[in-house]
Design a protein around this ligand. Structure first.
Ligand code: ADP
Length: 513
């Protein structure tokens, strides 16, 4: 038997997952590291700690599973998107790893949007103009971190940085490159106009390679440390988001993956790059024939967590005493109320919002409250509100994909709840299934690795690697109710748009936290 390792370099931890060559999960190892967030705008981590985590997690699974070097068929990589590390001419780093959550470029994202035809840059690059993107971050550095900007010989992302240490080459795969905001989706090269806006040259960016590119010439000391053969094929891989679509078997036409963990995302795969005329939807490369379009939302399970912690202290206590998951109690309470929460609508923007509003100032609200609404209505409305918002992203996605979605593949913590899953099938009016795969981004990376080695022609093998657990079909009675409320929900968003900034400014001035 031969084995594969999928490595996912995440924002809070790196994991290495060992599979056999049929994609069966064997074991994984996870190493976390601190994220430095001294204030609300900064989100950095030490890339050397991430490099160590890559080495140590691979070493761990090789040793613990007792895999002989020659039986390791491939290692393939997934990573967090939008990261940025500046390096000088002697290849020393000048910054920490600035993660996607770093907001320091916020003002500069607005300047790009409003003064430099941001929508056109987005249409060429597929990355929404947002402080998360390296485009905005480098523009910020140019203006506010001039010393670093002037000394930077290489703008790397975290995967480039790690490969540089392993192979002494600066490479970036098309997928990670496509999430920088500087990559032209038509030419599959760096976008000349974006670079000239930033005042940088191609020589300051890594060499772009396909996601199936195989890296050679690993430094022997690192191979020895990990307990692998230095000749083991290392596949450059892609970003975590696009690989997770592959890893849950949602890469065919019409299949939409919706994941709700703390935050959420909705994605589908198309065969040519396409963007949205309003700039709401991202488009990132998986391979040259597969492009992942979709939208990330801030307000997913975090809304439920807020309800649990702030509104339901006594229920949570009881649940704990009975040894029941508090989230199950919460969704159970919600199920006492009819679909549509008797006309109570919740706008879930507790954490500002990315797709579809792309506004850090968006705020939450209940709308339609009356004296007869009870706590259970508020809980149900919150669960529904998270889904209404995702549904509006779904509508934008359908416009871009130009296809009628056939199935939703639901993943993330929310998929544990039968009540919430059925709500999604009803609100989206689409069949829903829950795929069962272990660590989808790592599995996706391994399947991409098999393609790179020429062992598979297409991705259909993933079908056998991923099981299915629950299936839901929409209840047409409920669909009718939800469709009426969704239209109110959307109109409400429009009319609140100008008020968001007013209230957010007030809060910035008056909130103590
Ligand atoms: P993360 O995105 O942080 O990795 P998960 O995918 O585990 O996290 O999702 C965590 C979220 O999933 C929680 O905030 C909660 O909203 C939701 N969740 C977890 N368990 C349940 C459950 N039994 N029922 C409903 N929602 C749940």
């Amino acid at each position: 038997m031969k084995y594969m390792i999928g490595v996912d370099i995440g924002t809070t931890s790196t994991k290495s997952v060992l599979y056999d060559e049929k994609g069966q999960f064997i074991m994984k190892h996870n190493i976390g590291y601190p994220l430095h967030t001294p204030n609300v705008d900064v989100s950095e981590e030490n890339p050397d700690e991430l490099f160590d985590a890559v080495l140590m997690t691979i070493k761990y699974v090789m040793r613990e599973a007792n895999i002989a070097k020659e039986d390791l068929k491939l290692i393939s990589f997934s990573a967090q998107m939008h990261s940025l590390i500046s390096m000088d001419a002697s290849n020393q780093r000048l910054t920490e790893n600035l993660t996607w959550a770093d907001n320091r470029a916020s003002k500069y994202a607005d300047i790009i949007k409003n003064k430099h035809d941001g929508l056109e840059i987005y249409k060429r690059t597929g990355t929404p103009i947002h402080p998360m993107s390296p485009l905005a971050k480098i523009f910020w550095m140019k203006h506010e971190q001039q010393e670093i900007y002037n000394q930077t010989a290489m703008f790397a992302d975290i995967k480039t940085y790690i490969f540089y240490h392993l192979f002494e080459k600066f490479v970036i795969d098309q997928s990670m490159a496509s999430s920088t905001g500087m990559f032209n989706l038509e030419t599959l090269q760096w976008d000349t106009e974006a670079l000239s806006l930033l005042g940088i040259t191609k020589a300051q960016l890594p060499e772009i390679v396909p996601t199936t590119h195989i890296l050679k010439g690993m430094k022997h000391r690192y191979a020895a440390l990990m307990g692998i053969d230095p000749e083991t094929p290392v596949i450059v891989g892609a970003s975590d988001g696009v690989l997770s679509n592959l890893g849950v078997n949602a890469y065919k036409k019409g299949e939409v993956a919706v994941t709700i963990g703390t935050s959420g995302a909705i994605r589908t795969v198309i065969d040519k790059p396409r963007t949205d005329y309003k700039g709401r939807i991202f488009c990132y490369v998986l391979t040259e024939d597969h492009y992942v379009i979709g939208g990330p939302v801030n307000n997913g399970g975090v809304v439920l967590r807020w309800l649990r912690d702030e509104m339901l202290a006594s229920e949570v206590e009881t649940a704990k005493r009975l040894g029941v998951d508090p989230y199950d109690v919460l969704t159970k309470i919600a199920s006492r109320v009819k679909p549509g929460s008797e006309g109570l609508i919740f706008h879930p923007y507790l954490a500002g919002e990315r797709a579809p509003l792309w506004s850090a100032d968006a705020r939450g609200s209940f709308f339609g409250l009356t004296l007869s609404h009870k706590k259970e209505h508020m809980i149900r409305a919150a669960l529904e509100g998270v889904l209404y918002n995702l549904y509006t992203v779904y509508l934008a996605l359908i416009e871009v994909m130009n296809e009628t979605p056939s199935t939703i593949k639901a993943t993330g913590g929310f998929a544990k709840s039968e009540i919430w899953r059925q709500m999604m099938a009803d609100i989206f009016d689409t069949n829903l299934i829950v795929p069962e795969s272990y660590e989808s981004s790592c599995l996706g990376a391994c399947v991409l690795g098999l393609k790179a080695l020429g062992e598979i022609e297409d991705f259909s093998i993933i079908e056998d690697m991923v099981g299915t657990t629950n299936a839901h079909t929409p209840n047409q009675e409920n669909v009718k109710v939800y469709q009426q409320l969704i239209s109110i929900f959307i109109n409400l968003s429009r009319s609140l748009e100008d008020r968001y900034t007013e209230i957010a400014n007030f809060q910035r001035e008056h909130m103590t936290d």
